[in-house]
Design a binder for this molecule. Sequence first.
Ligand code: GLN
Length: 213
Amino acid sequence: MSTPTIGVLALQGDVAEHLRALEVCGARAVPVRRPSELADVDALLLPGGESTTIDKLLRAFGLMQPLRERIAAGMPAYGSCAGMILLADRIEDGMAGQQTVGGIDMVVRRNAFGRQVDSFEATVAIATIGGAPFHAVFIRAPWVESVSADVEVLARVESGPAAGRIVAVRQGTLVATSFHPEVTGDLRVHEYFVSLVREGAPSTAPASPIDTA
Ligand code: GLN
């Protein structure tokens, strides 16, 4: 699969930036709004936006069930911010009745950084990706409260009041980040995802059995 077709869920949120980033990384990137479009992609990116709205639109557009089925069947997916919330099996501080697509065996807390630090920027190192730490932009972001043994923690906040909180994870070919890599021009997360789509997940087991922030 030298040029995979990667969809960007285009119901709400910052779709155009992700389409561009994926194209630069060598994928064919297409917006996905309908079940027939989902059926045609090799992988899906779920962008930031508002997870409660995207949840409602997924159900209204008849995409929730097909998306759950594709993910259960092994389709790679990457979720940023609201997309991370949507890929979580369980959430905290969701709206009443809020559903997720699920797929990653983790608990994610919505708007976790609180009102004081609604949006902020921090440096975040992702050892698996390597190179210089990321300049990570968080916008009313979630964090990961806890993960199961099957989930690899890719990054944590390094300093400040939220130090130690998990902000990037991978389970198989499902990846999620609390931050928005599409706004900084640093395309290493998109490159990492495109390489997972091309090559599949590395077989190395995560280091620790249970990891709680
Ligand atoms: N707070 C938003 C939510 O709950 C996520 C914000 C974002 O995606 N930038 O969905």
